[in-house]
Design a binder for this molecule. Structure first.
Ligand code: ZN
Length: 458
Protein backbone atom coordinates (compact mmCIF):
# COMPACT_ATOMS: atom_id res chain seq x y z
CA UNK A 1 0.00 0.00 0.00
CA UNK A 2 1.41 3.40 -0.91
CA UNK A 3 1.27 6.15 1.66
CA UNK A 4 -0.33 9.45 0.74
CA UNK A 5 1.40 11.26 3.58
CA UNK A 6 2.79 14.71 2.77
CA UNK A 7 4.37 17.32 4.99
CA UNK A 8 4.17 21.03 4.16
CA UNK A 9 6.93 23.04 5.83
CA UNK A 10 6.52 26.80 6.02
CA UNK A 11 8.26 29.54 7.98
CA UNK A 12 4.92 31.37 7.90
CA UNK A 13 1.83 29.15 8.07
CA UNK A 14 -1.54 30.63 9.07
CA UNK A 15 -2.38 28.62 12.20
CA UNK A 16 -4.66 29.73 15.06
CA UNK A 17 -5.14 33.18 13.58
CA UNK A 18 -1.49 34.09 13.10
CA UNK A 19 1.56 33.28 11.01
CA UNK A 20 4.08 30.94 12.59
CA UNK A 21 6.62 28.31 11.52
CA UNK A 22 4.95 24.92 11.11
CA UNK A 23 5.11 21.48 9.56
CA UNK A 24 1.62 20.52 8.44
CA UNK A 25 1.25 16.76 8.12
CA UNK A 26 -1.36 15.57 5.66
CA UNK A 27 -2.61 12.01 5.62
CA UNK A 28 -5.21 10.77 3.16
CA UNK A 29 -6.42 14.26 2.37
CA UNK A 30 -6.83 15.39 5.94
CA UNK A 31 -4.60 17.44 8.22
CA UNK A 32 -3.26 14.84 10.64
CA UNK A 33 -0.96 17.04 12.73
CA UNK A 34 0.45 20.54 12.94
CA UNK A 35 4.03 20.27 14.24
CA UNK A 36 7.00 22.52 14.78
CA UNK A 37 8.74 23.23 11.50
CA UNK A 38 11.78 21.04 12.17
CA UNK A 39 9.99 17.85 13.21
CA UNK A 40 10.90 14.80 11.16
CA UNK A 41 8.01 13.05 9.42
CA UNK A 42 9.34 9.68 8.23
CA UNK A 43 8.06 8.44 4.89
CA UNK A 44 6.32 11.67 3.96
CA UNK A 45 6.65 13.56 0.70
CA UNK A 46 8.11 16.98 1.52
CA UNK A 47 6.70 20.27 0.24
CA UNK A 48 8.82 23.23 1.32
CA UNK A 49 7.14 26.63 1.07
CA UNK A 50 9.67 29.23 -0.14
CA UNK A 51 10.86 31.87 2.35
CA UNK A 52 9.12 34.66 0.44
CA UNK A 53 5.73 32.94 0.54
CA UNK A 54 3.14 31.94 3.15
CA UNK A 55 1.01 28.83 3.62
CA UNK A 56 -2.71 29.59 3.85
CA UNK A 57 -5.75 27.44 4.41
CA UNK A 58 -7.71 27.09 1.14
CA UNK A 59 -10.00 30.08 0.72
CA UNK A 60 -13.79 29.78 0.87
CA UNK A 61 -16.04 31.80 -1.43
CA UNK A 62 -19.68 31.63 -0.37
CA UNK A 63 -20.95 33.77 -3.27
CA UNK A 64 -20.34 32.37 -6.77
CA UNK A 65 -22.75 32.23 -9.73
CA UNK A 66 -21.85 29.22 -11.85
CA UNK A 67 -24.89 29.29 -14.22
CA UNK A 68 -24.67 25.63 -15.31
CA UNK A 69 -26.88 24.10 -16.56
CA UNK A 70 -28.91 26.46 -18.69
CA UNK A 71 -26.52 29.38 -19.10
CA UNK A 72 -23.27 27.46 -19.25
CA UNK A 73 -22.10 29.84 -21.97
CA UNK A 74 -21.94 32.49 -19.18
CA UNK A 75 -20.03 30.30 -16.73
CA UNK A 76 -19.77 26.58 -16.04
CA UNK A 77 -18.42 24.36 -13.29
CA UNK A 78 -15.23 23.40 -15.17
CA UNK A 79 -14.10 26.98 -15.83
CA UNK A 80 -15.38 28.49 -12.57
CA UNK A 81 -13.69 25.89 -10.40
CA UNK A 82 -10.46 26.19 -12.41
CA UNK A 83 -10.53 29.95 -11.73
CA UNK A 84 -11.24 29.19 -8.06
CA UNK A 85 -8.24 26.86 -7.77
CA UNK A 86 -6.03 29.50 -9.42
CA UNK A 87 -7.28 31.99 -6.84
CA UNK A 88 -6.54 29.69 -3.89
CA UNK A 89 -10.25 29.02 -3.40
CA UNK A 90 -10.95 25.38 -2.53
CA UNK A 91 -14.64 25.62 -1.63
CA UNK A 92 -17.27 27.62 -3.46
CA UNK A 93 -20.95 27.96 -2.64
CA UNK A 94 -23.03 28.25 -5.77
CA UNK A 95 -25.87 30.75 -6.04
CA UNK A 96 -29.33 29.45 -6.94
CA UNK A 97 -29.98 31.76 -9.89
CA UNK A 98 -28.86 32.28 -13.46
CA UNK A 99 -28.71 28.55 -14.03
CA UNK A 100 -31.80 27.01 -15.61
CA UNK A 101 -33.58 25.64 -13.73
CA UNK A 102 -32.84 27.92 -10.78
CA UNK A 103 -32.20 25.97 -7.57
CA UNK A 104 -35.65 26.43 -6.08
CA UNK A 105 -36.74 22.78 -5.79
CA UNK A 106 -35.08 19.56 -4.66
CA UNK A 107 -35.29 18.30 -8.25
CA UNK A 108 -33.49 21.42 -9.52
CA UNK A 109 -30.76 20.83 -6.92
CA UNK A 110 -30.39 17.26 -8.18
CA UNK A 111 -29.94 18.60 -11.73
CA UNK A 112 -27.40 21.17 -10.54
CA UNK A 113 -25.41 18.59 -8.60
CA UNK A 114 -25.34 16.28 -11.62
CA UNK A 115 -23.89 19.12 -13.72
CA UNK A 116 -21.27 19.94 -11.09
CA UNK A 117 -20.30 16.34 -10.47
CA UNK A 118 -18.78 15.94 -13.90
CA UNK A 119 -16.31 18.78 -13.76
CA UNK A 120 -15.87 20.48 -10.38
CA UNK A 121 -12.17 20.79 -9.55
CA UNK A 122 -12.78 22.24 -6.08
CA UNK A 123 -15.52 21.52 -3.54
CA UNK A 124 -18.96 22.95 -4.21
CA UNK A 125 -21.88 23.56 -1.86
CA UNK A 126 -25.20 25.04 -2.90
CA UNK A 127 -27.58 27.79 -1.85
CA UNK A 128 -31.25 27.22 -2.55
CA UNK A 129 -33.55 29.98 -3.73
CA UNK A 130 -36.53 31.42 -1.87
CA UNK A 131 -39.03 32.81 -4.39
CA UNK A 132 -42.76 33.47 -4.31
CA UNK A 133 -43.42 30.08 -5.96
CA UNK A 134 -41.77 27.90 -3.33
CA UNK A 135 -42.60 29.76 -0.11
CA UNK A 136 -44.23 27.41 2.36
CA UNK A 137 -42.49 24.50 0.63
CA UNK A 138 -38.80 25.11 1.37
CA UNK A 139 -38.48 21.97 3.51
CA UNK A 140 -37.64 19.45 0.77
CA UNK A 141 -34.89 21.68 -0.63
CA UNK A 142 -33.50 22.17 2.89
CA UNK A 143 -33.59 18.41 3.46
CA UNK A 144 -31.81 17.86 0.13
CA UNK A 145 -28.78 19.66 1.56
CA UNK A 146 -28.66 23.31 0.54
CA UNK A 147 -26.65 25.39 3.02
CA UNK A 148 -29.38 28.02 3.19
CA UNK A 149 -31.65 30.16 1.02
CA UNK A 150 -31.15 33.27 -1.07
CA UNK A 151 -33.77 35.84 -1.94
CA UNK A 152 -33.92 39.18 -3.71
CA UNK A 153 -35.89 42.21 -2.61
CA UNK A 154 -35.53 43.83 -6.06
CA UNK A 155 -35.59 42.29 -9.57
CA UNK A 156 -32.80 39.72 -9.87
CA UNK A 157 -31.91 40.31 -13.51
CA UNK A 158 -33.37 37.02 -14.75
CA UNK A 159 -37.07 36.39 -15.31
CA UNK A 160 -37.21 32.91 -13.78
CA UNK A 161 -36.01 34.06 -10.32
CA UNK A 162 -38.47 36.57 -8.91
CA UNK A 163 -38.04 38.83 -5.91
CA UNK A 164 -39.95 38.87 -2.63
CA UNK A 165 -42.05 41.71 -1.32
CA UNK A 166 -41.86 42.66 2.37
CA UNK A 167 -44.67 40.32 3.41
CA UNK A 168 -43.05 37.41 1.57
CA UNK A 169 -39.69 38.27 3.15
CA UNK A 170 -41.34 37.94 6.55
CA UNK A 171 -42.92 34.62 5.59
CA UNK A 172 -39.59 33.31 4.27
CA UNK A 173 -37.80 34.33 7.47
CA UNK A 174 -40.32 32.54 9.66
CA UNK A 175 -40.24 29.39 7.54
CA UNK A 176 -36.43 29.39 7.46
CA UNK A 177 -36.18 30.01 11.21
CA UNK A 178 -38.38 26.95 11.77
CA UNK A 179 -36.12 24.89 9.50
CA UNK A 180 -33.02 26.08 11.37
CA UNK A 181 -31.59 27.30 8.09
CA UNK A 182 -30.44 30.78 7.03
CA UNK A 183 -31.63 33.44 4.57
CA UNK A 184 -29.20 35.52 2.57
CA UNK A 185 -30.65 38.62 1.00
CA UNK A 186 -29.90 40.84 -1.97
CA UNK A 187 -30.87 44.06 -0.26
CA UNK A 188 -31.93 46.86 -2.58
CA UNK A 189 -35.34 48.51 -2.25
CA UNK A 190 -37.04 48.45 -5.67
CA UNK A 191 -39.06 51.57 -4.80
CA UNK A 192 -35.82 53.56 -4.58
CA UNK A 193 -34.29 52.25 -7.81
CA UNK A 194 -34.96 54.24 -10.95
CA UNK A 195 -34.77 53.33 -14.58
CA UNK A 196 -35.43 50.16 -16.49
CA UNK A 197 -33.82 50.00 -19.90
CA UNK A 198 -31.13 52.23 -21.38
CA UNK A 199 -29.21 54.60 -19.08
CA UNK A 200 -26.41 55.58 -21.43
CA UNK A 201 -22.65 55.07 -21.25
CA UNK A 202 -22.00 57.42 -18.36
CA UNK A 203 -21.26 55.76 -15.03
CA UNK A 204 -22.72 58.63 -12.99
CA UNK A 205 -26.20 58.01 -14.41
CA UNK A 206 -26.08 54.37 -13.43
CA UNK A 207 -24.79 55.18 -9.95
CA UNK A 208 -27.59 57.69 -9.43
CA UNK A 209 -30.17 55.09 -10.50
CA UNK A 210 -29.23 52.82 -7.57
CA UNK A 211 -28.62 55.16 -4.61
CA UNK A 212 -27.27 54.03 -1.22
CA UNK A 213 -30.68 54.72 0.33
CA UNK A 214 -32.03 51.74 -1.61
CA UNK A 215 -29.60 49.48 0.24
CA UNK A 216 -30.24 51.14 3.60
CA UNK A 217 -34.02 50.79 3.26
CA UNK A 218 -33.85 47.12 2.28
CA UNK A 219 -31.32 46.35 5.04
CA UNK A 220 -33.68 47.91 7.60
CA UNK A 221 -36.40 45.55 6.34
CA UNK A 222 -34.09 42.54 6.65
CA UNK A 223 -33.11 43.51 10.18
CA UNK A 224 -36.75 43.97 11.19
CA UNK A 225 -37.77 40.61 9.71
CA UNK A 226 -34.80 38.83 11.28
CA UNK A 227 -35.66 40.37 14.63
CA UNK A 228 -39.33 39.30 14.42
CA UNK A 229 -38.62 35.76 13.24
CA UNK A 230 -35.38 34.96 15.06
CA UNK A 231 -34.00 33.67 11.73
CA UNK A 232 -30.35 33.82 10.81
CA UNK A 233 -30.11 36.47 8.11
CA UNK A 234 -27.22 37.63 5.97
CA UNK A 235 -26.76 40.69 3.77
CA UNK A 236 -24.92 39.88 0.55
CA UNK A 237 -22.57 42.26 -1.26
CA UNK A 238 -22.83 45.41 0.85
CA UNK A 239 -21.85 48.46 -1.21
CA UNK A 240 -23.33 51.17 1.01
CA UNK A 241 -20.79 51.87 3.75
CA UNK A 242 -23.28 54.19 5.44
CA UNK A 243 -25.50 51.20 6.28
CA UNK A 244 -22.90 49.75 8.64
CA UNK A 245 -24.09 51.53 11.81
CA UNK A 246 -27.58 49.96 11.47
CA UNK A 247 -25.99 46.53 10.94
CA UNK A 248 -23.62 47.01 13.87
CA UNK A 249 -26.49 48.07 16.14
CA UNK A 250 -28.65 45.10 15.13
CA UNK A 251 -25.80 42.68 15.81
CA UNK A 252 -25.15 44.27 19.18
CA UNK A 253 -28.84 43.88 19.89
CA UNK A 254 -28.70 40.12 19.35
CA UNK A 255 -30.25 39.93 15.87
CA UNK A 256 -28.73 36.92 14.06
CA UNK A 257 -27.25 38.99 11.27
CA UNK A 258 -24.07 38.73 9.20
CA UNK A 259 -22.85 40.79 6.27
CA UNK A 260 -20.41 40.42 3.42
CA UNK A 261 -18.78 42.83 1.02
CA UNK A 262 -16.80 42.13 -2.15
CA UNK A 263 -13.32 42.87 -3.49
CA UNK A 264 -14.67 45.33 -6.07
CA UNK A 265 -16.26 47.53 -3.39
CA UNK A 266 -13.02 47.53 -1.40
CA UNK A 267 -10.64 48.18 -4.30
CA UNK A 268 -12.40 50.24 -6.99
CA UNK A 269 -14.17 53.59 -6.69
CA UNK A 270 -16.84 55.15 -8.90
CA UNK A 271 -14.60 57.94 -10.14
CA UNK A 272 -12.16 55.42 -11.66
CA UNK A 273 -14.80 53.87 -13.91
CA UNK A 274 -14.66 55.17 -17.48
CA UNK A 275 -17.82 55.83 -19.44
CA UNK A 276 -18.95 52.76 -21.33
CA UNK A 277 -16.79 50.43 -19.18
CA UNK A 278 -19.62 48.06 -18.40
CA UNK A 279 -17.22 45.41 -17.13
CA UNK A 280 -17.51 47.45 -13.89
CA UNK A 281 -21.30 47.17 -13.71
CA UNK A 282 -22.70 45.31 -10.74
CA UNK A 283 -25.69 45.73 -8.42
CA UNK A 284 -25.52 47.40 -6.00
CA UNK A 285 -23.02 49.60 -7.85
CA UNK A 286 -19.42 50.38 -6.96
CA UNK A 287 -19.79 53.67 -5.07
CA UNK A 288 -17.63 56.68 -4.18
CA UNK A 289 -14.46 56.54 -2.09
CA UNK A 290 -16.29 57.59 1.08
CA UNK A 291 -18.25 54.32 0.93
CA UNK A 292 -15.07 52.33 0.31
CA UNK A 293 -13.43 53.91 3.36
CA UNK A 294 -16.45 53.07 5.52
CA UNK A 295 -16.43 49.48 4.27
CA UNK A 296 -12.76 49.17 5.23
CA UNK A 297 -13.65 50.49 8.68
CA UNK A 298 -16.32 47.79 8.85
CA UNK A 299 -13.69 45.20 7.92
CA UNK A 300 -11.24 46.40 10.54
CA UNK A 301 -13.67 46.70 13.43
CA UNK A 302 -15.27 43.35 12.66
CA UNK A 303 -18.78 44.30 11.55
CA UNK A 304 -18.13 42.78 8.11
CA UNK A 305 -17.99 39.00 8.44
CA UNK A 306 -16.76 37.94 5.02
CA UNK A 307 -15.25 39.14 1.75
CA UNK A 308 -16.55 37.11 -1.19
CA UNK A 309 -16.36 37.51 -4.93
CA UNK A 310 -20.00 37.62 -6.10
CA UNK A 311 -18.44 36.15 -9.24
CA UNK A 312 -21.16 36.62 -11.84
CA UNK A 313 -20.01 36.51 -15.45
CA UNK A 314 -22.00 36.59 -18.65
CA UNK A 315 -21.13 36.41 -22.32
CA UNK A 316 -19.30 39.39 -23.86
CA UNK A 317 -22.42 40.29 -25.86
CA UNK A 318 -24.48 40.75 -22.73
CA UNK A 319 -21.70 42.31 -20.67
CA UNK A 320 -21.17 45.02 -23.29
CA UNK A 321 -24.80 45.25 -24.45
CA UNK A 322 -25.75 48.56 -26.04
CA UNK A 323 -22.06 49.39 -26.61
CA UNK A 324 -21.46 49.79 -22.88
CA UNK A 325 -24.85 51.20 -21.89
CA UNK A 326 -24.94 50.82 -18.10
CA UNK A 327 -28.69 50.22 -18.16
CA UNK A 328 -28.54 47.41 -20.72
CA UNK A 329 -25.28 45.63 -19.85
CA UNK A 330 -25.34 42.54 -17.63
CA UNK A 331 -24.54 43.43 -14.02
CA UNK A 332 -21.89 41.18 -12.52
CA UNK A 333 -18.15 41.18 -11.87
CA UNK A 334 -15.89 38.18 -12.31
CA UNK A 335 -13.54 38.31 -9.35
CA UNK A 336 -13.22 34.70 -8.26
CA UNK A 337 -9.58 34.30 -9.31
CA UNK A 338 -8.08 37.68 -8.39
CA UNK A 339 -10.28 38.96 -5.56
CA UNK A 340 -7.95 37.99 -2.74
CA UNK A 341 -4.90 39.52 -4.41
CA UNK A 342 -6.82 42.69 -5.26
CA UNK A 343 -7.92 43.14 -1.66
CA UNK A 344 -4.41 42.38 -0.40
CA UNK A 345 -3.01 45.04 -2.77
CA UNK A 346 -5.40 47.62 -1.33
CA UNK A 347 -4.72 46.43 2.23
CA UNK A 348 -1.00 47.02 1.69
CA UNK A 349 -1.70 50.60 0.64
CA UNK A 350 -3.79 51.04 3.78
CA UNK A 351 -1.21 49.48 6.10
CA UNK A 352 -3.40 46.48 6.96
CA UNK A 353 -1.83 43.13 7.80
CA UNK A 354 -2.40 39.86 6.00
CA UNK A 355 -3.48 38.20 9.29
CA UNK A 356 -6.42 40.59 9.38
CA UNK A 357 -7.60 39.63 5.91
CA UNK A 358 -7.24 35.86 5.91
CA UNK A 359 -10.22 35.08 8.21
CA UNK A 360 -12.48 37.20 6.01
CA UNK A 361 -11.67 34.92 3.08
CA UNK A 362 -11.75 31.62 5.02
CA UNK A 363 -13.57 31.09 8.32
CA UNK A 364 -15.79 34.15 7.71
CA UNK A 365 -17.48 32.93 4.53
CA UNK A 366 -17.44 29.33 5.82
CA UNK A 367 -19.50 30.49 8.82
CA UNK A 368 -21.88 32.47 6.60
CA UNK A 369 -22.64 29.20 4.81
CA UNK A 370 -22.61 27.13 8.01
CA UNK A 371 -19.65 25.05 6.80
CA UNK A 372 -17.79 24.58 10.06
CA UNK A 373 -14.28 23.18 10.16
CA UNK A 374 -13.36 24.77 6.84
CA UNK A 375 -10.79 27.45 6.14
CA UNK A 376 -8.39 26.45 8.89
CA UNK A 377 -5.07 24.67 9.20
CA UNK A 378 -5.77 22.39 12.15
CA UNK A 379 -5.92 18.70 12.95
CA UNK A 380 -8.90 17.02 11.36
CA UNK A 381 -9.60 19.71 8.76
CA UNK A 382 -9.56 18.84 5.06
CA UNK A 383 -6.07 19.48 3.69
CA UNK A 384 -7.02 22.41 1.50
CA UNK A 385 -3.91 24.59 1.29
CA UNK A 386 -2.54 27.45 -0.78
CA UNK A 387 0.88 29.03 -1.16
CA UNK A 388 0.63 32.80 -1.51
CA UNK A 389 3.48 35.12 -2.46
CA UNK A 390 2.52 38.37 -0.70
CA UNK A 391 5.15 40.40 -2.56
CA UNK A 392 4.69 38.95 -6.06
CA UNK A 393 3.69 41.73 -8.41
CA UNK A 394 2.18 41.55 -11.87
CA UNK A 395 -0.52 43.02 -14.08
CA UNK A 396 -3.84 41.24 -14.56
CA UNK A 397 -4.64 40.24 -18.13
CA UNK A 398 -8.29 39.31 -18.48
CA UNK A 399 -7.51 36.93 -21.34
CA UNK A 400 -5.28 34.85 -19.06
CA UNK A 401 -7.89 34.35 -16.34
CA UNK A 402 -9.48 30.92 -16.16
CA UNK A 403 -13.17 31.78 -15.94
CA UNK A 404 -15.26 31.53 -19.07
CA UNK A 405 -15.69 34.82 -21.03
CA UNK A 406 -12.50 36.45 -19.78
CA UNK A 407 -13.86 39.91 -19.12
CA UNK A 408 -12.60 41.50 -15.93
CA UNK A 409 -12.95 44.74 -14.03
CA UNK A 410 -9.35 44.07 -12.94
CA UNK A 411 -7.94 43.92 -16.48
CA UNK A 412 -4.70 45.89 -16.62
CA UNK A 413 -4.59 46.41 -12.87
CA UNK A 414 -1.22 46.06 -11.14
CA UNK A 415 -1.56 43.69 -8.22
CA UNK A 416 0.72 42.63 -5.42
CA UNK A 417 0.31 39.10 -4.11
CA UNK A 418 -0.30 35.95 -6.07
CA UNK A 419 -1.50 32.43 -5.35
CA UNK A 420 1.31 30.16 -6.54
CA UNK A 421 -0.02 26.70 -5.70
CA UNK A 422 -3.25 25.19 -4.40
CA UNK A 423 -4.03 21.74 -2.98
CA UNK A 424 -7.42 20.12 -2.46
CA UNK A 425 -7.38 17.37 0.17
CA UNK A 426 -3.61 17.32 -0.22
CA UNK A 427 -3.64 16.91 -4.00
CA UNK A 428 -2.41 19.69 -6.30
CA UNK A 429 -5.14 21.50 -8.25
CA UNK A 430 -3.15 24.55 -9.33
CA UNK A 431 0.47 25.51 -9.90
CA UNK A 432 1.21 28.93 -11.36
CA UNK A 433 4.31 27.57 -13.09
CA UNK A 434 2.35 24.81 -14.77
CA UNK A 435 -0.98 26.56 -15.15
CA UNK A 436 -1.49 25.34 -18.71
CA UNK A 437 -0.67 21.71 -18.04
CA UNK A 438 -2.63 21.54 -14.81
CA UNK A 439 -5.58 23.04 -16.67
CA UNK A 440 -5.16 20.56 -19.50
CA UNK A 441 -5.11 17.69 -17.02
CA UNK A 442 -8.43 18.81 -15.59
CA UNK A 443 -10.36 15.84 -16.90
CA UNK A 444 -8.05 13.44 -15.10
CA UNK A 445 -7.21 15.64 -12.12
CA UNK A 446 -8.59 15.61 -8.61
CA UNK A 447 -12.29 16.08 -8.24
CA UNK A 448 -14.07 18.46 -6.00
CA UNK A 449 -16.74 17.07 -3.74
CA UNK A 450 -20.31 18.25 -3.63
CA UNK A 451 -21.01 19.26 -0.07
CA UNK A 452 -24.25 19.11 1.86
CA UNK A 453 -25.18 21.59 4.57
CA UNK A 454 -22.75 21.50 7.47
CA UNK A 455 -20.14 19.33 5.71
CA UNK A 456 -16.50 20.43 5.57
CA UNK A 457 -15.40 17.80 3.07
CA UNK A 458 -12.66 16.18 5.17
ZN1 ZN B 1 -24.59 37.51 -6.55
Amino acid sequence: MTSSRTVFRAARAFVDGRFRPAAVVVDDGRIAQVLGIDNAVPGATEVVVPEDAVLLPGLVDSHVHVNEPGRTEWEGFASATRAAAAGGVTTIVDMPLNSIPPTTTAEALRIKRAAAEASARVDVAFWGGAVADNLGRLGPLHDAGVVGFKCFLSPSGVAEFGHLDREQLDAAMHEIAALGSRLIVHAEDPDLLTGEGPLGRGYAGFLASRPPESEASAIDAVIAAARRSGARAHIVHLGDGAALPAIRAAKADGVHLTVETCPHYLTITADEIPDGASEFKCCPPIRERAHQDLLWEGVLEGTIDAIVSDHSPSTADLKHAGDGDFGLAWGGISGLQVGFAAVWTEALARGIRLETLVPLFTTGPAAVAGLTGLGVIETGAPAHLAVFGPEDSYAVHAAELHHRNPISAYDGRELTGRIRRTWLRGRPVFDVDEAASVAAASSAGPRGRLLHAGEAGA
